[in-house]
Design a protein around this ligand. Structure first.
Ligand code: SAH
Ligand code: SF4
Ligand code: F3S
Length: 434
C-alpha cells in the first residue's frame, strides 16, 4: 500500500489565503500527503500566514514558537511558513526560529512541493510576474461554494497597507481561464462562486469586470456569483447596471470606506472623497434598492482627530451599512503611514473602535429586524443539527439565516425561508412551501 504522509495546515487571513491553502492541499495531495487537524500526528506543518495587522503577526509568532518543542521531539517533521509573513520576512523567520525548514511566498506556491525536497533550509519568495497560481489543482473545503482567483496583487498602495508589498503588482487572470474553471465547478455541482481579487473593479484580463460577470452568468447550473473586494474608486455604472440586470449576481457589495473624513481618506491614498463614496452608494441603491452594502473601517489612522472620528461615526449613521469589519489602525512594515507623524494613542484607538462597533451593531440589528416576516431564498451551507433538522445558509444579500425544516434538506439547495427574528449578526426563521 502506498505510504501517505500527513500534513497539518494552519491558515490565517483573508479568503485569498484560505483559497491558497486549498491549492497547497491540491499540490501536496499529488506528492503523497493526506490532511489532519491534529498537529501531533503531522509529518508536515504549514503556517499560511497573514500580515495585515500586527495582531495577526503576533499570533502567528507565538504559535510558531510553540513548535520548537515538537520539532525537538520529532526532528523528522517539516515545518514551513507560507503566505504574507513569509513574503514580508523571508530569511528573518529562519534566523529567529532555526527549526523552520522553508518559507514560500504567496507568489510561489506552485513551487511548494519543490521546497519539500530540500534537506536544508530554503526560501522561495521571489517576485513572480506570471499568473502564478492559475490552474493549480485545489482541494476545496466546501462542496457547493468555491473561491476563484480573478486577479492577484495590488497596485493601489493605500498608505496603511502591506498587501502591495507582499502580494506584488496587480495582474488579472485571462478571462478564458476563469470561465473554464467556473464551467468545471458548475459541472461538478458547485452552486456558488466567489471571485477573488484585492480590487475586482479594475479587472482587465481581456474584458472589463462587468463583462466577465455577464459571461459567468451564462454558465448553466451555476446559481450564485459573489465577488470581493470592490474598490470604491473603480466602481462604475456598468457594474451597477450589470448587477441590477443579472439575477445570479448576488445583491451584496463589500465596499470598504475606511474613514468618513475626506482629509484622512486623502492621507490614506484611497483616491475618493467621502462625497464621491456617498454618490456611488446612492447610485447603487437607486438601481438596486435591496442591495446589501458592507464595509471596512480603520479607527485611529495617524493624525485622526476627534473631529475626523466623528465624521466616520456620522458616515455610518448616514449610510447605514448592513455590516462592517472595523479595526484599530496598525503600523505595517514598508508602509508610508507607519512613518507618519501623529500616531494615535492605543487607548484612543480602542475607544473610537468601540464606539464604531457599538453603533454599527445597533444599525445592523435594526436592518435585520426589518426583514422579520419577509421570505427570502437561502442557499443552505450547513446542517447544524441533524436530529432536529436545523440548517444555516445565506440570502443573496449575504445574511446568515438559521432555520429549521420539517424534512431533511441538502447542503447546496436553495430554499425559501420566512424570517422570524433578526439579530445583530444573523437571523432565524423557518422554511416555507415544503
Ligand atoms: N483590498 C481591499 C482590502 C484588503 S485588506 C480593499 O482595498 O478594500 C482588508 C482590510 O483590512 C482593509 O479594508 C482595511 O480596512 C484593513 N487594513 C488593512 N491594513 C490595515 C492596517 N495597517 N491597520 C488596520 N487595518 C488595516
Ligand atoms: Fe491594501 Fe488598498 Fe490594495 Fe486594498 S486596495 S489591498 S487596502 S493597498
Ligand atoms: Fe490576505 Fe492577510 Fe495577505 S489579509 S493578502 S493574507 S496580509
Amino acid at each position: 500500500m502506498e505510504n501517505r504522509k500527513l500534513a497539518y495546515i494552519n491558515t490565517w487571513g483573508c479568503q485569498m489565503n484560505a483559497h491558497d491553502t486549498e491549492k497547497m492541499k491540491g499540490l501536496l495531495s499529488l506528492v503523497g500527503y493526506d490532511f489532519t487537524d491534529k498537529q501531533e500526528e503531522a509529518d508536515l506543518i504549514l503556517f499560511n500566514t497573514c500580515s495585515i495587522r500586527q495582531k495577526a503577526e503576533q499570533k502567528f509568532y507565538s504559535t510558531l514558537g510553540m513548535m520548537k518543542a515538537l520539532k525537538q521531539k520529532k526532528p523528522h517533521i517539516k515545518i514551513g511558513v507560507t503566505g504574507c509573513i513569509a513574503q514580508q520576512e523571508g530569511d528573518n523567520i529562519h534566523k529567529a526560529f532555526p527549526f523552520v525548514d522553508f518559507t514560500v511566498g504567496p507568489q510561489n506556491i506552485s513551487m511548494l512541493t519543490d521546497a519539500l525536497e530540500y534537506d536544508s533550509y530554503v526560501s522561495l519568495i521571489t517576485e513572480n510576474k506570471q499568473l502564478h497560481t492559475n490552474n493549480l489543482p485545489a482541494i476545496r473545503s466546501d462542496q457547493r461554494r468555491a473561491w476563484v482567483n480573478i486577479m492577484y496583487g495590488c497596485n493601489n498602495f493605500c498608505t496603511y497597507c502591506v498587501v502591495p508589498y507582499v502580494r506584488g503588482r496587480e495582474s488579472s487572470r485571462p478571462y478564458g481561464s476563469i470561465l473554464a474553471e467556473i464551467g468545471q465547478l458548475a459541472e461538478a455541482n458547485y452552486q456558488e462562486v466567489t471571485l477573488l481579487g484585492q480590487n475586482v473593479n479594475s479587472y482587465n484580463g481581456g474584458c472589463p469586470f462587468h463583462t466577465l460577470l455577464e459571461e459567468i452568468q451564462k454558465i448553466d447550473r451555476l446559481k450564485r456569483i459573489r465577488f470581493v473586494t470592490s474598490h470604491p474608486k473603480d466602481l462604475n455604472d456598468e457594474l451597477i447596471n450589470t448587477m441590477a440586470t443579472h439575477n445570479k449576481i448576488c445583491k451584496h457589495i463589500h465596499l470598504p470606506l475606511q474613514s468618513g473624513s475626506s482629509r484622512v481618506l486623502k492621507l490614506m491614498n484611497r483616491k475618493y472623497t467621502f462625497d464621491e463614496y456617498i454618490d456611488k452608494v446612492n447610485r447603487l441603491r437607486l438601481k438596486i434598492p435591496d442591495m446589501a452594502i458592507t464595509s471596512d473601517i480603520i479607527a485611529g489612522f495617524p493624525t485622526e482627530t476627534t473631529a475626523d472620528h466623528k465624521e466616520t461615526v456620522r458616515a455610518l449613521t448616514e449610510i447605514r451599512f448592513d455590516g462592517i469589519f472595523a479595526f484599530k489602525y496598525s503600523n505595517r512594515p514598508f508602509t508610508k503611514a507607519s512613518q507618519m507623524e501623529g500616531q494615535v494613542d492605543e487607548l484612543v484607538k480602542s475607544e473610537r473602535l468601540k464606539e464604531i462597533l457599538e453603533l454599527q451593531d445597533n444599525i445592523s440589528e435594526e436592518i435585520n429586524k426589518r426583514m422579520e416576516g419577509g421570505t427570502y431564498a437561502v442557499l443552505i451551507e450547513e446542517c447544524t443539527d441533524t436530529t432536529q433538522n436545523l440548517y444555516s445558509g445565506r440570502t443573496q444579500t449575504n445574511k446568515i439565516i438559521n432555520f429549521n425544516s420539517p424534512r431533511q434538506l441538502a447542503v447546496g439547495d436553495i430554499v425559501d425561508v420566512k424570517i422570524l427574528n433578526g439579530y445583530r449578526h444573523s437571523l432565524d426563521g423557518c422554511i416555507v412551501n415544503t
